[in-house]
Design a protein around this ligand. Structure first.
Ligand SMILES: NC(=[NH2+])NCCC[C@H](N)C(=O)O
Ligand SMILES: [Mn+2]
Ligand SMILES: [Mn+2]
Length: 340
């Protein structure tokens, strides 16, 4: 193919910007920061060029003075020392979070990068790294396209608030910040003040596909805010074709909004994508995952893509190869690869 298929928001020549984000601070398992390196080494850039795109890749994002692992220690919340007896409920919630300042800083720099690429008419493809990065990528997209909607493909809802999170892993929380579900910062020294840069996504512009491991607190949040979600139950009931159509009808009824597709590889069944930190059985098949990407491509509205949670440290060599290969082919499908 010599020319990339038409996209309503991107000027010619159609250009993809690859943003490798070797970052693991939003969760506690070693290795997810190696995901982007493996995806690029597997030939992803050549593959995208083979679809007729121009590709810019300036090397993986450097988080310079920010240590990737071991995790940076978190300071006491709200600037109150840990032995202060006046620990409030808010402070207790914030104390649960792992690496909150580190995650905030990294994601803010990712937001700046995504925004810059999007504003110059390129399509940012962010390779994770853990899914906390989506706070950055989606904020960057919303700064460039304030009408954008988000299609979130995941086994998990990633919408825990600082109050509801059990694990304290921020990769389970990015949507609570994007939707503005956390309390405002009580003072400029609060950890919460470090998240004030995060853009606001209206809840009716978010839709999920593939959910199957949602905590009780998250279920309450989805109900309370009336957030549209197609779990694996709906995928089984209606089939993936109908589910994608209904998802688009919800977030993009006129088919005129830019689409940010955030794909957590754990949405796929672990038999398809085993090398990931929080696998959950009963997931999307190989074809269901690819169908979603193909159908989003066909809208001509895709302006940003995330591929997250590929962790090459978590399985045997063959499983890693399988997961990296499927990650590359999901990206190609979203960028116009067709079966015929
Ligand atoms: N991006 C992910 N893989 N998220 C998994 C989140 C798991 C769990 N709900 C948590 O909040 O810790
Ligand atoms: Mn997930
Ligand atoms: Mn996720």
């Amino acid at each position: 193919m010599s020319t990339a298929p038409s996209n309503k928001f991107l000027p010619s020549p159609k250009t993809v910007a690859i943003l490798g984000c070797p970052f693991s601070g939003g969760q506690s398992k070693f290795g997810v920061d190696k995901g982007p390196i493996h995806l690029v080494e597997a030939g992803l850039i050549d593959q995208i060029e083979g679809l007729g795109w121009r590709v810019v890749f300036d090397g993986h994002h450097q988080f310079e003075d920010i240590p990737a692992h071991p995790l940076a220690p978190s300071p006491p919340p709200n600037g109150i020392s840990s032995n202060d007896s006046a620990v409030t409920t808010l402070d207790a919630s914030l104390a649960k979070l792992k690496n909150p300042l580190f995650v905030a800083r990294v994601c803010e720099s990712v937001a700046d990068a995504v925004q810059a690429h999007a504003e110059s008419g390129q399509l940012p493809v962010t390779l994770g790294g853990d899914h906390s990065l989506a706070m950055g990528t989606i904020s960057g997209t919303l700064r460039a396209y304030d009408q954008a909607c988000v299609i979130w493909i995941d086994a998990h809802a990633d919408i825990n608030t600082i109050e509801s999170t059990d694990s304290g892993n921020i990769h389970g929380m990015p949507l609570s910040f994007l939707l503005g579900l956390n309390p405002p910062a009580p003072n400029p020294d609060s950890i919460l003040a470090k998240y004030e840069w995060v853009s606001r996504l209206p809840s009716e512009r978010l839709v999920y596909i593939g959910l199957r491991d949602i905590e009780k607190g998250e279920k309450d949040i989805l109900k309370k805010h009336n957030i549209k979600a197609f779990s694996m139950h709906e995928v089984d009931r209606y089939g993936i074709g109908k589910v994608v159509e209904m998802a688009l009808d919800h977030v993009n009824p006129q088919r005129d909004r830019p689409i940010h597709l955030s794909f957590d590889v754990d949405a796929l069944d672990p038999s398809v994508a085993p090398s990931t930190g929080t696998p959950v059985r009963g997931g999307l098949t190989f074809r269901e995952g690819h169908y979603i990407c193909e159908a989003i491509h066909e809208t001509g509205l895709l302006v940003a893509l995330d591929l997250m949670e590929v962790n090459p440290a978590l399985a045997d060599a063959e499983s890693v190869r399988q997961t990296v290969t499927v990650g590359c082919s999901l990206v190609r499908s979203a960028l116009g690869e067709t079966l015929l």
